[in-house]
Design a protein around this ligand. Structure first.
Ligand SMILES: Nc1ncnc2c1ncn2[C@@H]1O[C@H](COP(=O)(O)OP(=O)(O)OP(=O)(O)O)[C@@H](O)[C@H]1O
Ligand SMILES: [Mg+2]
Length: 244
């Protein structure tokens, strides 16, 4: 079992889009039992699959063991892909985790969920607090989407630094250039600086995910964006395999 966190303290960098598309690849291409766990109160991951939380769901209470994740997990329209949707209770998650005072509570919950899943993908909120600290302790690997710019190297170093200060032994961190537009000079330069970083193109096919409520690989399997998501997924699987 592996926990793949898609994380950045920055908002709007493509975390949810990447998490949702990776979850589909895991379930469909790699045929792994996959859980997409939405930790962001905004609920974007659920929206991208057209899956809403159950009425009266209390995803925040999972952490205090007052609700059972099995009761909250929903099927998607894809085999092997389940979703644990966000709901309004996650607004309090930082406080809940701080109050509980168990630094590895999220890791423990992920461990328990792993009995039913091969891959758990965490869509994280853009925060730097107890939630992100716990995510970093739970993750086998951390995917960090970075908007291409002359500052992307520095942005990546800052995330790495944050991760180091929060976790003694931190998981491998995989940078991804997100929303890459090769018509733009600064994006070209960022790409040249990091030819080995996986990259996801800025593409209308990717925007369509939110309109069609489907992953790119489903409705535009031959698009460049779908190919790039596939390459990113392969890189992640390789990384996990190399970790044993
Ligand atoms: N590769 C891409 N090409 C075009 N549009 C994209 C791409 N990736 C993301 N977007 C769009 O950018 C917006 C932000 O993406 P997304 O919600 O995935 O970011 P996020 O990091 O999860 O944001 P937040 O921090 O608010 O949760 C969305 O409208 C999404 O459709
Ligand atoms: Mg998001």
């Amino acid at each position: 079992m592996a926990v793949i966190a898609v994380y950045s303290a920055k908002g709007g960098v493509g975390k949810t889009t990447i998490a949702a598309n990776l979850a589909w690849l895991s379930a469909t291409v790699s045929c792994r039992k996959t859980l997409l766990w939405d930790l962001d109160v905004a609920g974007g991951a659920g929206f991208l699959y057209g899956v809403a939380p159950r009425k009266k769901a209390n995803a925040g209470a999972i952490f205090s063991r007052d609700s059972n994740p099995a009761d909250l997990i929903r099927k998607t329209s894809y085999d092997r892909l389940h979703l644990l949707p966000a709901d309004a209770s996650l607004r309090q998650l930082d406080n809940v985790l701080t109050r509980i005072g168990k630094k590895k509570r999220l890791a423990k919950m992920a461990g328990e969920l792993s009995r039913g899943y091969d891959r758990i993908i965490l869509d994280c909120p853009p925060v730097l607090n107890e939630v992100s600290a716990q995510v970093l302790r739970a993750a086998s690997v951390v995917i960090v989407p970075l908007p291409p710019s002359p500052l992307s190297t520095r942005a990546f170093e800052m995330v790495t630094e944050e991760i180091r200060t929060h976790t003694k032994v931190h998981p491998p961190i995989l940078p991804v250039l997100s929303m890459l537009d090769m018509r733009r000079k600064l994006h070209q330069q960022a790409r040249e600086e990091h030819p080995n970083w996986p990259a996801i193109p800025q593409a209308s096919a990717v925007e369509q995910c939110a309109v069609l409520q489907k992953p790119v690989g489903d409705f535009a399997p031959t698009s460049p964006a779908a190919r790039r998501f596939g390459q990113l997924w392969t890189a992640i699987e390789r990384k996990l395999a190399s970790m044993g």
